[in-house]
Design a protein around this ligand. Structure first.
Ligand code: NAP
Length: 406
């Protein structure tokens, strides 16, 4: 069997060979521990599902501390090029080098590869300790815009020459009155980037049979950025998916408040209110599409509702390629201790397998994790919350999942 690259077909679907070459970034801090565990589980699940007829050929690429050690670069161009060429990659967490001229390696990867949608499914896994009374009601996917908003990185420090020039322009020519010692940040939100994000959220809802897509925004205050996000979101829903969507108004005026077969309800909620609603009435929300900063907040808050960041998978998806990743950071105090929970990368791996169309091993992984947690054999983070659980190491947790694959 040939090991070859995954490619994109002209219709946008993937062409996945039986032995695809998939680049991985091990990650910093706890990265090596969780990558080792995750690779074992993904390989075990593919073997269990396909009995040697399919297999992943892993290709290491470098970024973060290892990238800097090997190449003198925190994010080598060769890494970005290899990911682009192979269409799919997976990564562990990366340290943000403080004061080293690069804002965040993770943000740079998303922006340089134009991975415009950060996709975070939030689903409750039975037996995981949760602060919610009914965590099983939570089943959502957050589509967070990844390339603009305040994360565009356009800002000027208080009292710098650049800030003074911007302030002078704003105060003298734009009719505003800002304090002379203000730091300034710019919040760009564009038609193109909003529409492609919302369109990918609606496409996801159609493919997965989700009843609604909620546009989360703060348009009551920021009318020309977040308010525009809301307006453009409704526009693209009509322009591209007119047959498949209805608004919340139409749900009540035309359909008597009853979800119509084959229709997705497009609704919008102001961000602060949505934070209340996902706690009080989570069952009413399915897909959430939102600008970058709101998305950062809501996806971590939702992850906490189903058991925390150690369990939360994620993917950054663009038109040309996708990078699947742990949603937590490098947790440096646990580095090299073989201690932390590898589920975030393992479940991101399951998302990656789904994205490749390899549904059988991804289902085995989710079932394997569920059984392992139910048996009470868990890493420290879950052990400290589950009475009578036995704490095991990161690598032992992976071994248990593999035992539970079948
Ligand atoms: P963090 O690394 O996510 O760790 C914060 C805390 O979360 C840990 O101390 C631990 O809690 C818990 N935790 C994280 N991962 C866990 C896991 N796999 N299993 C169990 N518990 C886990 O956040 P941080 O300390 O703020 O950030 C450290 C570095 O990571 C920074 O350089 C930051 O920039 C970077 N970062 C990278 C990414 C990314 O690569 N996508 C994301 C966020 C942050 P307890 O202490 O309670 O045990």
């Amino acid at each position: 069997m040939n090991k070859t690259k995954i490619t994109k077909k002209s219709d946008g679907n993937l062409d996945v060979p039986d032995i695809p070459v998939i680049p991985f970034i091990e990650g910093d801090g706890i990265g090596p521990d969780i990558w080792h565990a995750s690779k074992m589980v993904m390989d075990g699940a593919v073997q269990a599902a396909y009995d040697g007829n399919r297999k992943i050929e892993w290709l290491e690429v470098f970024a973060g501390e290892k990238g800097f050690e090997k190449t003198g670069d925190w994010l080598p161009e060769s890494t970005l090029k290899t990911i682009q060429e192979h269409v799919i990659a997976i990564k562990g967490p990366l340290t943000t080098p403080v004061g080293k001229g690069i804002r965040s390696i993770n943000v740079s990867i998303r922006q340089k590869l134009d991975l415009f949608a950060c996709v975070r499914p939030v689903v409750y896994i039975d037996s995981v300790p949760s602060p919610m009374k009914y965590p099983e009601k939570i089943n959502m996917v957050v589509f967070r815009e990844n390339t603009e908003d305040l994360y565009a990185g356009i800002e000027w420090e208080s009292e710098s020459e650049a800030a003074q020039r911007v302030l002078s322009f704003l105060n003298n020519e734009m009719g505003v009155s800002l304090p002379s010692d203000a730091g300034i940040g710019i919040k760009p939100i564009s038609v193109k980037n909003t529409k492609r994000l919302v369109a990918s959220a609606i496409s996801y809802a159609i493919v997965h049979g989700c009843p609604s897509v909620t546009l989360m925004h703060k348009g009551n205050i920021m009318k020309f950025t977040e308010g525009a996000f809301r307006r453009w979101g409704y526009e693209v829903a009509q322009e591209r998916f007119g047959e498949s969507v209805i608004t919340e108004d139409e749900l009540y005026t035309t359909y008597g408040g009853v979800q119509a077969e084959g229709k997705i309800v497009i609704k919008d909620r102001i961000a602060d209110m949505l934070f209340q609603q996902v706690l009080l009435r989570p069952e009413e929300y399915h897909v959430i599409a939102t600008p970058n900063l709101n998305g950062d907040y809501i996806s971590d808050a939702l992850a906490a509702q189903v058991g925390g960041l150690g369990m939360a998978p994620g993917a950054n998806i663009g038109d040309d390629c996708a990078v699947f990743e742990a949603t937590h950071g490098t947790a440096p105090k646990y580095a090299g201790m073989d201690k932390v929970n590898p589920s975030s990368v393992i479940l991101s791996g399951a998302m990656m397998l789904d994205y490749m169309g390899w549904k059988e091993p991804s289902a085995l992984i989710r079932e394997g994790i569920k059984k392992t947690i139910k048996a009470g054999t868990v890493t420290y983070d879950l052990a400290r919350q589950i009475k009578s659980a036995k704490e095991i190491k990161c690598s032992e947790f992976a071994e248990k999942i593999i035992e539970n694959l079948n």
